[in-house]
Design a protein around this ligand. Structure first.
Ligand code: FAD
Ligand code: UDP
Length: 393
């Protein structure tokens, strides 16, 4: 092994640091991943039956307002003009989200102006005026009023957390956006879109450099293979993007995550929902939402099967150690535990902990790329240069 840098995890954090190290420092980089593919959770593949691009670890929509990140990602892919919009089914009707004037007028069978709708929601939210809600249920009512809260938030949130909202802490929601216009664009960022040839093509191009080598199906903690923790730590700079508690053999305890189970359903029709994401607000549908992947890429209609479609239904639950960790639960206890792991991580010789698992954080893709560019600039790059100088190169 003659690499200048070893990266554990071929997700967007690891790939960005690898790309920068090869390009800016001419470093030889070895990336390992326990999975059989690169891309981490942003990996996708084409479904032969329908022609849909399936996001294997859940729907991924790229959006950012960070010009540095937008410029960087555009070096490796073009983006489609996809604009994310979500709908929800409640009591046999489909409504637009986030809750906006269209949702409100449909729900109340009314034609309120923005000011009238605002006054109505304020008066309904006033039900709990003067109280300090401690549970999510009361907090939701105090933010948007009982009718909208019970229709669109209560049961969805209960499914997502597998817990009645009256038993969830109010701190989980700080705000529930309500728009008093008909704007139902989901994201507010300057740029959004989907990679024109798919996520995997984008990420493959990031590491198309002869100095970068990838070894898949390889676990950093498996000492029967040479690229393992015991053999490498302290000998070569390492960027570690796996779970921080796993790195320390869970010695302080386990950080809690939620995961998502997907159930695939195939239909003998070209389009099942007429949109890519349909949420289900009611308790009688056991899943939270359904993703119809074909509809993320209407520009590919000529390459998709006009008679078939595929939908993934999402079931959210708490993760055990063997599940894919998706969303940090992030209670006050988790946060305190992470701080203790972070202190240990800082003391590891020549190991930089990064990405969503390495820092126990929910990051969108643009956040992860931005933080990886920063980590290269301020930590990995200087370390590679100082080692090179010390070696007299
Ligand atoms: P990861 O992608 O998780 O990569 C870490 C890699 O490390 C993995 O490939 C893993 O196999 C590997 N690894 C772990 N342990 C080991 C080990 N012991 N040995 C070797 N390899 C190891 N972001 C958006 O911007 N828009 C979205 O719409 C969006 N939707 C999302 C939906 C879901 C369900 C989830 C979970 C995330 C979503 N994200 C979204 C966030 C996005 O997935 C992350 O920002 C990004 O993928 C994180 O990259 P990463 O490199 O930090 O981690
Ligand atoms: N939410 C809800 N109803 C919906 C969509 C969202 O109640 O139809 C609430 C729910 O509590 C959820 C939170 O808003 O946990 C964030 O949802 P979003 O879809 O924005 O994020 P994600 O689930 O993808 O993290």
């Amino acid at each position: 092994m003659d690499a200048d840098l070893v990266i554990v995890g071929a997700g967007l954090f690891g790939l960005t640091v690898a790309q920068q190290a090869a390009e800016k420092a001419g470093a030889k980089v070895e990336i390992i991943d326990v999975r059989s593919h690169i891309g981490g959770n942003a990996y996708s593949y084409t479904d032969e039956d329908t022609g849909a691009e399936i996001h294997k670890y859940g729907a991924h929509l790229f959006h950012t307002s960070n010009p540095t990140v937008w410029k960087y990602v555009n070096r490796f892919t073009e983006f489609t003009d996809y604009v994310h919009r979500v709908y929800t089914t409640h009591d046999g009707e489909v409504y637009p989200l986030p809750i906006n004037l269209g949702t409100i007028n449909q729900f109340f069978h009314a034609h309120y102006t923005p000011a009238e709708a605002k006054a109505l929601i304020e008066s309904q939210a006033g039900e709990l005026a003067g109280t300090d809600p401690t549970n999510l249920n009361d907090k939701g009512i105090s933010l948007i009023g009982r009718p909208l809260y019970e229709a669109f938030i209560k049961n969805y949130t209960a499914k997502q957390w597998q817990t009645d909202p009256s038993e969830l802490p109010a701190s989980i929601i700080r705000r529930l956006p309500v728009r008093f216009t008909y704007d139902n664009r989901y994201f507010r960022d300057t740029w959004e879109g989907l990679p024109k040839d798919g996520y995997t093509a984008w990420m493959t191009r990031m590491i198309a450099d002869p100095r970068i080598h990838v070894t898949l199906n390889t676990d950093f903690f498996d000492e029967s293979q040479p690229l393992n923790r015991r053999a490498l730590v302290g000998r070569v700079p390492i960027v570690y993007t796996g779970p921080v508690d796993r790195y320390f053999d869970y010695e302080l305890g386990e950080l809690k995550w939620r995961t998502v189970d997907f159930t695939e359903v195939r239909y003998d029709e070209g389009d099942h929902f007429g949109c890519p994401v349909m949420n289900f607000a009611d308790a009688d549908v056991p899943y939270t939402r359904a993703i119809e992947f074909k509809n993320f890429n209407p520009e590919r209609r000529d390459r998709q099967n006009p008679d078939r479609t595929v939908v993934w239904q999402e079931y959210s639950r708490f993760a055990s150690r063997d599940d894919e960790p998706y969303y940090p639960v992030n209670t006050a206890d988790d946060h305190a535990l992470y701080q203790r792991y972070a202190a240990k991580a800082k003391a590891e010789p020549m190991v930089l902990f990064g990405g969503r698992l390495g820092t126990y954080a929910y990051y969108d893709m643009h956040n992860v790329i931005g933080s990886a560019l920063n980590a290269y600039e301020h930590q990995v790059g200087p370390l590679l240069r100082s080692r090179r100088e010390a070696a007299g190169d």
